[in-house]
Design a protein around this ligand. Structure first.
Ligand code: FEO
Length: 397
């Protein structure tokens, strides 16, 4: 049971999920995930902040009961309606029938749509409004599209605590500790990149607006809906979200390839070798048939160069490689140095179709190579040329 005082009057009552294989039925959870919820105690009123995914709601209600006994909380603030956080709403309402659900106009519309709850249970708030709990004041900041249109953040003015919804979240359950100052946190960083790029990645400009809106707040505890409560590492976490939402990269090149019988893999390996010869140390290589898409998306967001290739398959791009390109286009990836390579046996299509994807992203292919059947000296020379042109285009060395 993860009850933990963050401050004297702000408590963590979230839960770990180590059972679900795939978040959103898509993204693997090798390290689990936490659904974070909080209690804020004023001298007169008590508020819950968000709920949890329905499969973990029993532990959640137990945690609330242990903390506030038979007292009913007065308010349930809903910062975000995705069901990994809103799934517990009907159970909270059944347990505490007098509780008021606090949200903005779009939140309330979604609560009605998902859970069929009637009007008398809601308290609608607007951007910038406050709610007095007695010695504790909640202030609401609407932050649409981080990660859904109804999303908002809630700030406890008197405590310097910001409940930020999905923003600043990460995959990875909490292994005993709740606040970063009481745990080993190094392993969360990779999971934060993977979480951001896969879940929030499409909405960079809205993350930027949210960062701007909350930039003047004195934040001592940054309480996301997933992962550790940030205290010691607030500036690092905000920095990661700031850089990723501006599509800023780190030095390095991600190579994504598909290969049915090893011939296209041979080209990928040669390009990697030629990059290394030219001084690129940080090279991530993914066989798209084997690496999970979420890790490919994460590295592509993180590093400056992307070199992608695969064989022509029924006159299309090899399917796992095309899935990666769709993910890049969907997330409106920017500021990348991109090169492509492909192969064919009797008719070429892959390289041309990869170029179309890159153009749809409003990016340029700095170089490409196409190979018939298998590599010969001219293909290896072209691989060296691709590496040369990529390295020449990289700004981050
Ligand atoms: Fe963790 Fe967008 O839900």
């Amino acid at each position: 049971m993860n009850i933990r005082e963050i401050t004297k009057d702000v408590l963590y009552v979230g839960v770990n999920d180590r059972n679900t294989d795939r978040f959103e039925a898509l993204w693997p959870l090798p390290n689990g995930v936490s659904y974070n919820s909080y209690i804020v105690k004023g001298s007169e009123k008590v508020a819950l902040i968000d709920t949890v995914e329905i499969g973990t709601v029993r532990d959640y209600i137990n945690a609330i009961n242990l903390e506030i006994g038979t007292t009913s909380p007065d308010f349930l603030v809903i910062n975000h309606m995705e069901p990994d956080h809103s799934g517990g709403i009907p159970v909270v309402l059944a347990t505490y029938p007098e509780i008021k659900i606090v949200g903005n106009r779009q939140t309330i519309s979604m609560v009605k749509g998902f859970y069929h709850i009637s009007d008398e249970h809601f308290l609608e708030i607007k951007d910038g409004e406050t709610l007095d709990l007695g010695g504790k004041t909640l202030k609401f900041f609407l932050t649409p599209m981080v990660h859904w249109p109804e999303t908002m953040m809630t700030y406890v003015e008197d405590e310097g605590v910001l409940f930020s919804g999905d923003a600043f979240g990460t995959f990875g359950a909490l292994n005993g500790g709740v606040v970063d100052s009481e745990m080993e946190i190094e392993w969360y960083w990779d999971e934060m990149y993977r979480y951001y790029s896969n879940i929030v990645g499409k909405y960079g400009r809205f993350v930027q607006k949210a960062l701007e809106k909350t930039s003047g707040l004195d934040i001592k505890y940054l309480c996301s809906t997933h992962g550790p409560v940030w205290h010691d590492n607030i500036s690092k976490v905000v920095g990661i979200y700031d850089r990723l939402s501006k599509y800023e990269s780190e030095p390095g090149v991600t190579i994504i390839y598909g290969s049915m019988y090893g011939n296209t893999a041979d080209v990928a390996e040669e390009i990697a070798r030629q990059l290394a010869i030219r001084g690129v140390k940080n090279i991530k290589i993914h066989n798209a048939s084997k690496s999970n898409l979420s890790y490919m998306i994460s590295d592509a967001f993180r590093y400056e160069g992307i070199i992608v290739g695969g064989p022509t398959y029924s006159m299309h791009i090899f399917p796992p490689v095309e899935q990666f390109m769709i993910a890049m286009e969907t997330r409106e990836i920017k500021n990348k140095v991109i090169a492509t390579f492909g192969s064919f046996t009797w008719a070429s299509s892959s390289v041309g179709k990869l170029k179309e994807y890159v153009e749809k992203m409003k990016l340029e292919v700095v170089d490409s190579l196409d190979m018939k059947q298998s590599a010969d000296e001219s293909v290896y020379e072209a691989a060296a040329r691709v590496a040369e042109n990529v390295v020449a285009s990289l700004k981050l060395k």
